[in-house]
Structure formats: C-alpha cells, structure tokens
Design a protein around this ligand. Structure first.
Ligand SMILES: NC(=O)c1ccc[n+]([C@@H]2O[C@H](COP(=O)([O-])OP(=O)(O)OC[C@H]3O[C@@H](n4cnc5c(N)ncnc54)[C@H](OP(=O)(O)O)[C@@H]3O)[C@@H](O)[C@H]2O)c1
Length: 349
C-alpha cells in the first residue's frame, strides 16, 4: 500500500482505501492506497455512519479488473466496495436514530454519509453484529438461497461443496446435512479439513492442496455426486465433473480459482467437455447472484439460520483483523486461503 502508516488523527479526519492500480494476477499491497479524508457532513435528510466492521469478500477481486461483469469495474482512485456494520452517529432521517446499528454499503471507509437508501437495521437479538456480514448476512444468504432453490438436496444424496470452511461453503454443508444428505467438503490444508470434519461434522473431507484430487474425491463419493455447490471452478470443477450423477444439480455460485486469471482459463477441451456433460446428463447448472432471491427468501433465511445457531446445529467462525489499514493484507490473505471462516476488519472499537 502506498501510504505508510497513517491513522485517524482527529475527530474530523477519517480513513478510506482506494484502488490505486489494477492487479495483474494476484493483488498486491501496491494496488491499494490508504487516504485520510475529511469526515463527511451528513446530508440534510440522511445519516452519518461510523464503520464498526467491514466485510471482505471474494467478489471484490473482480471489481479491481477493468472488465464489466454483473457490476461495473472500479475506476482507479475509487474507494474499494464493501458492506459493513456501522453505528449511526448523527441522524436527520426519520427511520434512524443515533446509536442504531445498521448494515450499509460503505466501502472500505471508517466513516460514511448515507441518504438512508439501502441501509438495513441489524436485529441484535439474532446474534452478534458481525454475523450480519457473514452467516446471517450476504454470504449466509447466498448459501441458503443457492442450496434451497437450486441444489435442493434430498435425504441420502451426496452433496459436495468446495471452499467448505468459508462463510458460504460451511453453511451449505451444514444445511445439506440438516436436510439429510451425505456431505463432502473440499478445503485447502489440514486445519480447515479438521475444522470441517471435527466441528462441522461433514461426512468426508478432501484437501484440494494435496496430490491426486480427482482420485481422492472419487473415493469420498462412492455413489457419485447429486449436488455440487460450485464455489471454486478450476481443478476442483475438473475433478467433480466426471462424478456428477444424472440429474445432478449444480448451483454455480463462484469461481474463485479463476479470479486472478486475467485472460480466462483456456484449458484445451475443458469447456467442450463441460458442456457435453451438461447436455448428455441433463444437468441443471444455474448461475445466480444472491440478491435475486432477497425478497422471496430473506426472512425465512434469517429465521432458520438464527434458530440453528441458537440451538447449536449451525456453527460459524470469524477471522477478525484490527484496523482498516490492515484490510488490504487481510483481503489478499482471504483470497489466498489464509483465513478461516468469515474475514472481517474491526474498524472501530
Ligand atoms: N453468487 C453470489 O451471489 C455469491 C455471493 C457470495 C459469494 N460468492 C462466491 O462464493 C465463493 C465462496 O465465497 P466465501 O465468501 O465463502 O469465500 P471464503 O471461503 O471466505 O474465501 C475464499 C476461499 O476460496 C478458497 N480458494 C481460493 N482459491 C482456490 C482454489 N484455486 N481452489 C480451491 N479453493 C480455493 C480458499 O479456501 P481453501 O483454502 O479451503 O481452498 C479461500 O478461503 C466465492 O467464489 C465467491 O465469489 C458468490
């Protein structure tokens, strides 16, 4: 990062992190710049927010490229995007009072002004505020919606999920178990694999960083795969594809293995091989963005998952880093798999 060690120096000065250059492949600290800014004055009808926690999510990597996806790319110098838990420190808005805790799309900032549009109050009866960014927030909802509406696991079926210790994958696996399926988790390294096996109680675990992934996955799925929740792509998808049973469902949620590949992967034959299997086995592959389902499913998701947390059937982990200035390093670590659970930044105490 370009700025050295600047910090909040007085109550009128805030911090923000902007995109300073576009990564080629993996992002590096030089791609980010920490800036001091005047704390915004609240608009006449809005609120002023002090960010407590910032969520770091894989999709942010895509926004750093100059390539249009479902969202516009960031411009150089623009504040990194992101959702946070924030405290209302001043309000002229009829729906929000000083002291309210809200979920907001502030970006990587210590403070933000908002006109109130898009803010959501967090019900602290459901859990600690950090859960609003993880298991009870966008990643949790992604897992719930993708599995419930697309995966539709049935008792006795085999469900496979990759990035299985993360906020999306860990809930996918636990919900699939609650639905009566046999769950196989794919994760990187012994610590994550132990967590999935011992604490989340998945039925089998495969470490994708060890050799012979395809053979070990086949051994873990003796009756093939009925639901594959796609978080990863790349080598994991190649290993999964031949094991898919007829009429398997594949919620295509994310392709993190490919986020740092700027030109797209052009493995000879792989697209053709994938498409042929989609056709000949009548597979359902359906990409989705979590907010397609918000209106239909969000209240049910909050009820179900918070009840599961309360009675101990659903667990979650958070990896909380202190200080907005440490967000870039934590973001890079999350992309590289060095974080366990939901990665968050504690911006203020
Ligand atoms: N469609 C949507 O609306 C939506 C919403 C939220 C998230 N997503 C997607 O869902 C996926 C999971 O998100 P998350 O927030 O739960 O992420 P996460 O688990 O916190 O972090 C990403 C994980 O991906 C794994 N990974 C990275 N490179 C990999 C590779 N080459 N092969 C296999 N695994 C690799 C790493 O875990 P291991 O060390 O275990 O490999 C890493 O911890 C991402 O692809 C994300 O983009 C989609």
């Amino acid at each position: 990062m370009e700025s050295g060690s600047i910090a909040i120096i007085d109550k009128f000065t805030g911090l923000q992190i902007v995109l300073s250059s576009r990564p080629q492949g993996k992002p590096h600290l030089e791609n980010f710049r920490l800036e001091q800014v005047a704390i915004p004055t609240k608009p006449q009808t809005g609120v002023l927010l002090r960010v407590l926690y910032l969520s770091l999510d894989p999709y942010m990597r895509g926004r750093m490229d100059d390539r249009k996806s479902y969202a516009e790319p960031l411009s150089l110098g623009e504040v990194m995007p992101g959702e946070s838990v924030a405290e209302v420190v001043a309000s002229e808005h009829p729906n929000y009072s000083k002291g309210d805790i809200v979920l907001a799309r502030t970006g990587w900032r210590s403070h933000a002004a908002s006109d109130g549009i898009g803010l959501r109050k967090f019900d602290s009866n459901l859990g600690p505020v950090t859960t609003g960014l993880g298991i009870l927030g966008m990643p949790g909802f992604t897992a719930y919606a993708g599995l419930t509406l697309i995966g539709q696991p049935r008792p006795g079926e085999t469900v496979v999920v990759a990035a299985a210790s993360g906020p999306v994958g860990s809930l996918v696996g636990q919900l699939a178990k609650i639905a009566g399926a046999r769950v196989v988790g794919i994760a990187g390294g012994p610590e994550k694999c132990r967590y999935i096996a011992d604490e989340l109680r998945f039925d089998a675990v495969v470490d994708h960083r060890m050799p012979d992934l395809a053979d070990r996955l086949a051994a873990a799925c003796p009756f093939g795969i009925d639901v594959y929740f796609e978080n990863v792509g790349g080598a994991v998808w190649t290993a999964v594809l031949p094991l898919l049973n007829a009429f398997a469902r594949v919620p295509v949620c994310g392709l993190i293995a490919e986020y740092n590949v700027n030109d797209g992967i052009a493995t000879p034959g792989s697209t053709f091989a994938s498409l042929r299997d989609v056709l000949t086995k009548s597979l359902t592959l359906r990409g989705f963005i979590n907010y397609e389902f918000t209106e239909k499913l969000y209240p049910e998701f909050l009820r179900t998952v918070s009840a599961g947390i309360a009675d101990g059937r659903i667990q979650y982990r958070e990896d909380i880093i202190d200080g907005l200035e440490n967000a870039p390093a934590a973001f890079i670590g999350m992309l590289e798999g060095r974080k366990l659970g939901k990665t968050l930044v504690r911006v203020a105490r």
